[in-house]
Design a protein around this ligand. Structure first.
Ligand code: PLP
Length: 398
């Protein structure tokens, strides 16, 4: 029995989640199912735009739109002025990363679990500037090793940039320990929290990150096309975005311009307000449920899933690290991951396939093939887990 939520509460939460009626959705690390509350928030704003005009709808709802910054700030324990809203985590992360300046010999320290898009950006900046990318060694269980990080620090380390929870498994990197080391040496710390928000408590003060990027559609259950950046005020004040427009800055006459004082200096003028309002609604719902309770349940569901999968002949569970989070990955000896996902889809079970290229260093080091990725959320049930495992067992027997 998975604690933290009563059966009645799960029934109620599932009743608010239309997608649970027809499918077993285990692709929450891809995009979780939205609730009726999130959907109606988005639809209502789109309808208002259709009824009275897009600019007029924005003007009417400006207080609620502003409220989204407050919701994000509450979620991560920041100040609303330290939040910029983006269309996804990648853009938010790029805002932060490409605003840093590097010169030849500067060191960028990152993890083996780094997300592909981030790693590509390091490569591009290394090519442009002569900065070097260095991998922080892992400990015996596959987590970033804070002791090894500490030993790498010198005056040439210009940025520590890591992924907290990777896209390809349950690993949870010790972000707060990295934060302590970064802060002790005054090195900027950029944290990819894309797969962490919504399933783990995220407190930027406790983690000690200077910048944090995340998405709305995954464990937060927001609409697609939403994300955000947190940037600590002290760093924000001395950070020039790589690109600006007339929303992030204003012309100050002659050859001068003035950046906004808040994190919105990174944003551009146009945005999808319906989606943003949906993100705000999703965050408020997650906060009302309680992120620590969500963490407890998703970890328990995933632990139970790993245990059951471990008993299926031919299955290898691939997750790393102690106390893993929700994302569960496995391979089946007799069938490749894409075929497993397709067979499960025939039974209305959604999983995804995590390609080694999504986490290139880890993929290469562990010689990973495509992995089946199963990512339960709190609204999934033990009986859905059993359905999935039964289906995998029947595929294993083929
Ligand atoms: C760890 C991690 N970082 C970043 C991203 C990129 O997020 P987005 O697709 O919202 O840009 C993902 C998406 O899967 C991810 O898993």
């Amino acid at each position: 029995m998975i604690e933290a939520f009563s059966t009645n509460e799960i029934d109620r939460l599932r009743a608010m989640t239309p997608g649970t009626r027809h499918r077993v959705h285990f692709n929450n690390a891809g995009a979780a199912l939205m609730t009726t509350g999130v959907l109606s928030t988005v639809f209502d704003h789109l309808n208002l735009e259709a009824d009275i005009g897009g600019y007029e709808a924005k003007a009417r709802e400006v207080d609620r739109i502003e409220g989204v910054y407050r919701s994000v700030a509450r979620l991560v324990n920041a100040d609303p002025e330290e939040i910029a809203l983006a269309e996804n985590a990648t853009v938010a992360w790029q805002w932060a990363f490409y605003a840093q300046s590097f010169k030849a010999g500067d060191r960028i320290l990152t993890t083996t679990a780094e997300y592909a898009a981030n790693y590509l950006s390091y490569l591009q900046v290394a090519k442009r500037t002569g900065a070097v990318i260095e991998l922080i060694p892992d400990d015996a269980e596959g987590r970033l090793d804070p002791g090894a990080l500490d030993a790498m620090i010198d005056e040439r380390v210009r940025l520590i940039s890591i992924t907290w929870v990777p896209t390809n498994g349950g690993l949870v990197n010790p972000a707060a320990e990295v934060g302590r080391i970064a802060n002790a040496h005054g090195i900027p710390f950029l944290l990819d929290a894309c797969q962490a928000v919504g399933q783990l408590p995220v407190d930027v003060a406790q983690v000690g990150c200077d910048m944090l990027a995340a998405t709305g559609r995954k464990f937060l259950r927001g609409p697609r096309g939403t994300g955000f950046l947190y940037i600590k005020r002290a760093l924000l004040e001395r950070t020039e975005p790589a690109m600006i427009d007339m929303y992030g800055a204003t012309w100050a006459g002659g050859d001068r311009y003035k950046l906004r004082s808040d994190a919105r200096r990174f944003e551009t003028w146009e945005s999808n307000y319906a989606a943003r309002l949906g993100l705000g609604a999703a965050i408020e719902e997650a906060l009302a449920i309680g992120i620590p309770r969500i963490e407890k349940r998703v970890k328990a569901l995933a632990a139970s899933l790993r245990e059951m999968l471990g008993d299926v002949p031919g299955v290898t569970v691939r997750d790393l690290g102690p106390n893993p989070a929700a994302i569960t990955t496995f391979t089946l000896a007799s069938m490749d991951a894409a075929a497993v996902a397709a067979r499960l889809a025939e039974r209305a079970i959604n999983v995804s396939v995590s390609a080694p290229t999504s986490t290139p260093i880890d993929g290469e080091r562990r010689h990973l093939p495509d992995l089946v990725r199963v990512s339960p959320h709190y609204y999934n049930t033990e009986s859905e887990l059993e359905q999935l495992v039964d289906a995998v067992r029947s595929l294993a027997g083929r």
